[in-house]
Ligand binder design. Structure first.
Ligand code: PGA
Length: 245
C-alpha cells in the first residue's frame, strides 16, 4: 500500500484530485468508481475547479457509485443519487447517461445487483476507485463480517453506520436500515484504488486497515492484498499509526 500522509482535509482532497485528473487526461473515457459521505466532498470541489479552469473534461468519463440506500428514490434529497448531482454531476460536463448508481427502489433487488455487476464488466471494469472508510472499517457499505467474495449485494447497515449517518437526516429513525452496495470482490477488481481518510475519528480504522490482521471484521483490511492502493490520509487520521511507531 502506497501511503501519502498529508497535513489536512484540504491537502488530502487536492492530492486525490490530482490523481483523478491525471487519470482522465491520460484516458478520457476512464471508468471511475465514486464514493459519497463527507470525505470525498473536497475532492469533488477540486474536480469542479479543474473543470471550471478548462483543464479537464468529463464528457467521455463513465462513473459507478459504490452504493445507495434501500427505499430512497433518486429524487429524494438524502439519496446518494441526489448527493452526487448536488456535489459533482450538476457542476461538470459529465453525461448523465454515463453516471451509474444502483437503484434503491427497484422491486427485484437481486436482479439489480446482477445488472450493476454486468454493467461494470461491460465497461471493462473500474479503472480508478475512490473510497472513504467508516469508523467501523467499512468500505462502500461492506460492514464488518462481510464476505470478501461478495459482489454487488444487499446489506444490512451496522448500528455504528446508522448512528454515523444520522447527521445527514432530520431524525435518526429516518436513516434506512439497508443498502445496495458493490461488494468487496467488485472493489478488489478495480485496477487502482485511492482511499481517503481524514480526522481523528478515523484513526482506529486506518490503523486496523494498515497494521492489523486481514479480516472481514475490518473490511478495509482486505486492501492490504490489492496490488495498487494509494491511501491519502491526513495527520489526524494517521495519528494512531504515528503513536505506535
Ligand atoms: P464519511 O463516511 O466520509 O461521511 O466519514 C465514510 C464512509 O462511510 O465510507
Amino acid at each position: 500500500m502506497n501511503i501519502l500522509v498529508v497535513k489536512d482535509y484540504e491537502e488530502m482532497s487536492e492530492k486525490a484530485a490530482h490523481i483523478v485528473v491525471g487519470k482522465i487526461l491520460s484516458k478520457p473515457d476512464s471508468v471511475l468508481g465514486l464514493a459519497t459521505g463527507s470525505t470525498p466532498i473536497g475532492l469533488y470541489r477540486k474536480l469542479m475547479d479543474f473543470y471550471n479552469c478548462g483543464l479537464v473534461s468529463f464528457a467521455e468519463t463513465i462513473t459507478f457509485n459504490l452504493d445507495e440506500y434501500i427505499g430512497l428514490s433518486a429524487d429524494c434529497s438524502q439519496s446518494y443519487a441526489m448527493f452526487m448531482k448536488n456535489n459533482l454531476f450538476n457542476h461538470i460536463d459529465i453525461k448523465r447517461e454515463n453516471c451509474n448508481i444502483p437503484s434503491g427502489t427497484i422491486n427485484d433487488r437481486s436482479k439489480e445487483c446482477q445488472y450493476y455487476e454486468k454493467k461494470i464488466k461491460a465497461h471493462g471494469g473500474i479503472d480508478l476507485q475512490i473510497l472513504g472508510i467508516g469508523r467501523n472499517g467499512h468500505i462502500g457499505f461492506n460492514e464488518p463480517d462481510v464476505k470478501f467474495e461478495a459482489q454487488t449485494h444487499i446489506v444490512k447497515l451496522d448500528e455504528q453506520t446508522i448512528f454515523d449517518n444520522a447527521r445527514f437526516f432530520e431524525r435518526s429513525e429516518d436513516v434506512p436500515k439497508s443498502a445496495i452496495s458493490m461488494g468487496i470482490k467488485t472493489i478488489m477488481q478495480s485496477r487502482k484504488i485511492v482511499l481517503l481518510a481524514s480526522g481523528k475519528e478515523k484513526a482506529d480504522a486506518v490503523f486496523g486497515m494498515v497494521k492489523g490482521q486481514i479480516t472481514p471484521k475490518l473490511p478495509a483490511s482486505v486492501l492490504q492484498l490489492h496490488p495498487n492502493v494509494t491511501l491519502i490520509v491526513d495527520e489526524d487520521a494517521y495519528s494512531k499509526i504515528n503513536n505506535n511507531k
